[in-house]
Write a new protein. Structure first.
Length: 262
């Protein structure tokens, strides 16, 4: 993809608070310490270091976030409101910011400029939107201890990455499905069911391919959506639980965090 674009970091609160943030006694998930700094700083730093990103929006409850993540107050970072659902937040941002819009989450601290470049480079030029995934064998080869939820397709088992792109004129059509798909993310059958009974039947028989699912979702949504396979297993490693945090700390140890500038 040519040109520079806006990035949106989703950092909205969970209903009832975030258990991991509560465990660390910090006011917001973004402030959980990861490899020696607040988790949200890693995400913002990766976006700031990317030559593809011109502006960074962070959607959060800024009253609770406050100044607990200092890097979020620096140049390029624009605070925006987080709404009750992901779809509503993105929809509100699109009212003010036209595509292309790169979207990630505040619990994605292993994000790097190289991952961003790979993702954007692999998105087809005609796509209205794209989602990143990593194959199971890629994750298991590097991190056999990793516990991830995988979607099984014909000839592919993949796990999602918190990395998305809304890029084309029909990108907004995909946002209305976002909340529903996100709500079903822990239930593969329910997620496939959103594509219709035919898709669910093919999937249950082991006949639905990853590319076929993307094409069926595109027809359902009314926009051309692409699935991008990432080469780095870390692209799929977000933090929701303590075991996720331990795994991410292991990944940072391997990486040496040499590129972070603080």
């Amino acid at each position: 993809m040519n040109g520079r674009l806006t990035a949106l970091v989703l950092a909205g609160p969970r209903t009832g608070g975030d258990p991991l943030a509560n465990a660390f006694d910090v006011p917001h998930k973004a402030a959980i310490p990861v490899a020696g700094r607040p988790m949200g700083e890693w995400v913002v730093e990766a976006l700031r270091a990317s030559p593809h990103i011109d502006r960074i929006l962070v959607a959060a409850d800024w009253r609770s976030l406050g100044d607990s993540v200092p890097l979020m107050a620096r140049e390029k970072v624009v605070p925006v409101a987080a709404f009750p659902t992901i779809g509503a937040t993105i929809d509100a941002v699109l009212d003010a910011v036209p595509p292309p819009l790169l979207i990630t989450t505040v619990d994605n601290p292993l994000l790097t400029p190289e991952m961003i470049a790979e993702f954007l480079d692999k998105v087809p030029g005609e796509a209205d939107g794209a989602v990143a995934v990593v194959r199971r064998e890629v994750v298991r080869e590097a991190y056999p201890e990793a516990k991830r939820a995988y979607m099984t397709f014909r000839r592919a088992r993949v796990t999602g990455c918190n990395l998305f792109l809304l890029s084309g004129p029909r990108a907004r059509a995909a946002v209305r499905y976002w909340t529903k798909m996100d709500a079903d993310r822990t239930d593969p059958a329910a997620m496939i069911g959103n594509l219709g009974f035919g898709s669910l039947l093919l999937w249950s028989m082991g006949l639905l391919t990853l590319d076929g699912a993307a094409k069926r979702l595109s027809r359902r949504v009314g926009a051309h959506l692409a699935v991008v396979e990432m080469s780095a297993p870390e692209a799929a490693m977000d933090i929701d639980k303590m075991e996720d945090l331990i795994l991410v700390e292991t990944a940072f140890s391997r990486r040496g965090v040499h590129w972070a500038k603080g």
